[in-house]
Design a protein around this ligand. Structure first.
Ligand SMILES: [Zn+2]
Length: 345
């Protein structure tokens, strides 16, 4: 049996998790974190970092109050180039098979109502998102089919180029231009179908084109704040205001390089710095536009959080600083579910 979903705080709906890349031996791209079973408990009795495996699995999610997430279908550059469509189907199948084995405790959800029902029944609510529209071709026919399979959030590109948009490069060069004509069509088709658009990873010109083209709220599933850490993947204040005006929300990414003012891959990042990303957005545009976007199993995160069981560490500190239950609920899940209810059909 699995532990019940912790009720210490409202359930967290996390904007971005990469556990799919770690749950099969052949996906062991994160070294010792690879090849584990999402339904098995990765925490061990010694409680040592070295023996805890990865950041998230179902038992640790339940104990940490992590009720669900956008489950990222992420493709390496090689896979995206070789056969993005086949690899995307392969990864989605892996997620469905976790659900099949879970006795109803891990669910692929397609509506906000299904997400809330999962929480009422102590189940994890997984919602498909594509981190890059590489599996979608010019005709957009795949998008329609993936929608039926549960795709409810889409980033037009990862930190590379697609036929739709260009990402911000982690080193190297990518075009600085915005959405292509096909990218504009993709935005309109997502609006029509009811798929949330995600601006994490897109370059600034593409960001502003998406703001202009989309008739629906837009989110940043896993981006942090440039005013705290000047990393190219983070959002500046103008972008944060634009997302807020659009009715969207921003999931704070726990990558040390995106959190720390020195942008170093150093895991001793203090809790205060993590909190300053949340507080900057609250001060700038209010508490209706900030959420979690952990990037669990996709990056190196602060030791003070360590894994899914560390989410209450952040929430306890926000509570200590005077955040009300209603405000915590918006940050934990209300903001993402508000966008979901506005966009999904
Ligand atoms: Zn990412």
């Amino acid at each position: 049996m699995y532990p019940p979903l912790s009720r210490e705080f409202p359930p967290v709906f996390d904007g971005h998790e990469d556990f799919i890349t770690a749950i099969k031996p052949r996906r062991a791209i994160f070294g010792p974190n690879g090849g584990r079973d999402f339904l098995a408990d990765g925490a061990v009795s010694t409680d040592s970092d070295a023996e805890r495996r990865g950041h998230v699995d179902l038992p640790r999610a339940m104990r940490g109050g992590l009720g669900g997430c956008f489950t990222s279908i992420y493709l390496s550059n090689e896979r995206a180039e070789y056969n993005a469509l086949a690899y995307a189907i392969d990864e989605m199948n892996d997620v469905f098979r976790v659900a099949d084995r879970s006795d109803g405790h891990f669910r692929v959800c397609r509506t906000a109502q299904e997400v809330r029902k999962a929480w009422a029944e102590d189940a994890f609510a997984s919602v498909f998102m594509f981190e890059g529209a590489d599996p979608i071709s010019w005709s957009l026919k795949e998008l329609r089919v993936f929608y039926e399979a549960g795709l409810r959030c889409l980033a037009p590109t990862w930190s590379r180029s697609t036929i739709f948009a260009h990402g911000v490069a982690f080193g190297g060069n990518l075009p600085a231009t915005g959405l292509t004509d096909l990218g504009r069509e993709l935005v309109h088709e997502c609006n029509r179908l009811g798929i949330i658009l995600d601006v994490s990873h897109i370059n600034p010109a593409g960001f502003w084109d998406m703001i202009e083209e989309s008739s629906a709220p837009i989110v940043a599933t896993h981006s942090s704040v440039k005013a705290v850490s000047p990393h190219v993947r983070n959002l500046d204040d103008d972008q944060i205001r634009a997302l807020a005006n659009k009715g969207g929300t921003i999931g704070i990414n726990f990558a040390n390089i995106f959190l720390r003012p020195d942008m170093q891959a150093n895991r001793d990042t203090p809790l205060d710095i993590v909190l300053s990303h949340f507080e900057h957005i609250v001060k700038l545009v209010g508490d209706e536009h900030v959420s979690f976007g952990s990037d669990f199993d996709g990056t190196d995160i602060p030791d003070v959080i360590r894994d899914a069981e560390g989410l209450p560490v952040i929430l306890r500190e926000l509570k200590r600083r005077g955040y009300s239950e209603a405000r915590l609920e918006r940050i934990c899940n209300g903001n993402f579910l508000r966008v979901a209810e506005a966009v999904w059909r």
